[in-house]
Design a protein around this ligand. Structure first.
Ligand code: ATP
Ligand code: MG
Length: 398
């Protein structure tokens, strides 16, 4: 018995002329995800992608689980490969389906015949196989409207396939088809979710983290690395830049009125992230901001930080409630890491009464008066530490 996985490419179908390149990128990403599990043959035919194990003993559940994190796959179907021969189909189906049919009360059979030379037509396949399964699993009842299990027989060009219900894929569009952006990654709940959301829309990510030792600890830095690693199944490799931010924060604390501190700090972050982003061929920045969540996330404050960069700042969590963001964080398994209680540089020197409705001109003036030397910014970019996060764990020192 040979099991393969059929991949259905939801949204890709809509992309007209781009479709081929989208499918090819998805296949490339799927291939990379499975690389170290064994040898696979992956090919496409008629809007279905076939994933066939070539070596013995490959753990197919693990393969399916991994494929469920690859964007661009709407649904997956583990399926049994059988010769296009009615006897063979009838011989293999009951055993292959035994576990799910034993557990179910109702089922139906669904047939798809893209090979029109197959001697039986779809209704006949349904009727005959349905009858056979009923005789083998007499507790079952056929329910064509709302069955617990739908058994599908597909007769295609090369072989026939038998499968049960399909499993949900990660959806979205393949990473790498939408350009590249720099995620401002804190140790919080929101920014990893924001990164996940934009990767889902096809963007490749790099990440920028601001660290302020000794105000922020080595453990806070490790936490950010762990969060980045949690994203890897979805995003693929991430180049993470850890920017030394202490001197800029101290200078801002010493030189600007307290209530403007956070705004000026966030503008500094944007500028540094932009410089790194441009050096890494990115076309945008990503943050985890959500309107109204904290003082620095009023629409006015966002305006004041937005305007220092020429790059589009993508904020996919902007209209989500915290509980909605948390639900995604749990789904992608970043939540438990995010709530570990280590200081972020944003909680260092926080003003008691931050300005919540700043005006761009007023902030620009305060910033000019604070007059931080430009060398500080250049130095922060230059001294950023690059950590290459990859699923295969060969973190590269630079
Ligand atoms: P998060 O949960 O993502 O930390 P937050 O609700 O705590 O967000 P802020 O601390 O105001 O909100 O940060 C807003 C956004 O700014 C974050 O989502 C993130 O994109 C970015 N950011 C904040 N702190 C850092 C940091 N130390 N390094 C990089 N980016 C940061
Ligand atoms: Mg935060």
């Amino acid at each position: 018995m040979k099991e393969i996985v059929l991949l259905k490419c939801g949204e890709l179908v809509l992309k007209g002329l781009n479709r081929t390149s989208f499918e090819d990128t998805m296949i490339k990403n799927a291939r990379r995800r499975l690389e170290d599990l064994g040898k696979f043959h992956i090919w496409k035919s008629q809007s279905t992608v076939y994933v066939e194990p070539l070596t013995q003993g490959i753990r197919m559940e693990e393969a399916v689980e991994r494929l469920q994190t690859v964007f661009g796959i709407a649904a997956l179907c583990p399926a049994l490969v059988v010769p296009k021969d009615w006897e063979a189909i009838c011989a293999a189906a009951p055993d292959y389906l035994a576990a799910s049919l034993t557990a179910a009360k109702t089922f139906k059979v669904n047939a798809k015949r893209s090979d029109k030379s197959f001697p039986m037509k779809s209704p006949e396949i349904c009727r005959e196989l349905g009858g056979l399964l009923l005789s083998r699993f007499p507790h079952l009842r056929v329910d064509v409207n709302d069955p617990e299990v739908t058994v599908t027989v597909e007769v295609r060009e090369k072989d026939a396939y038998i499968h049960k219900d399909q499993l949900p894929g990660a959806g979205g569009i393949p990473v790498g088809t939408g350009g590249r952006a720099a995620l401002l990654l804190s140790g919080g709940i929101d920014s990893p979710v924001a990164g996940y959301m934009m990767a889902k829309r096809g963007l490749e990510l790099i990440a920028v983290h601001f660290a302020s030792p000794p105000y922020t600890s080595e453990r806070a830095r490790q936490k950010v690395i762990s969060l980045g690693e949690k994203l890897l199944p979805y995003t693929g490799r991430i180049r993470l830049f850890v920017v030394p931010f202490t001197r800029i924060q101290e200078q801002l604390r010493d030189r600007c009125p307290e209530e403007y501190f956070t705004l000026l700090m966030r503008r500094a972050m944007m500028r540094i992230a932009e410089t790194i982003a441009l050096g890494e061929d990115c076309q945008g920045l990503i943050t985890g901001e959500s309107v109204g969540q904290v003082a620095s996330q009023t629409i006015q404050a966002i305006g004041v930080t937005d305007c220092v960069t020429g790059l589009p700042v993508l904020r996919p969590a902007i209209g989500l409630d915290k509980s909605e963001i948390v639900a995604i964080a749990r789904k992608i398994d970043t939540f438990e890491t995010s709530i570990l209680p280590y200081e972020d540089c944003c909680t260092v020197f926080t003003p008691r009464h931050p300005r919540t409705r700043p005006k761009p001109a007023e902030v620009a003036r305060i910033e000019e008066e604070a007059a931080l030397p430009p060398e500080l910014f250049e130095e922060a970019v230059r001294e950023a530490e690059l950590i290459v996060l990859s699923l295969h764990h060969h973190s590269q020192p630079v």
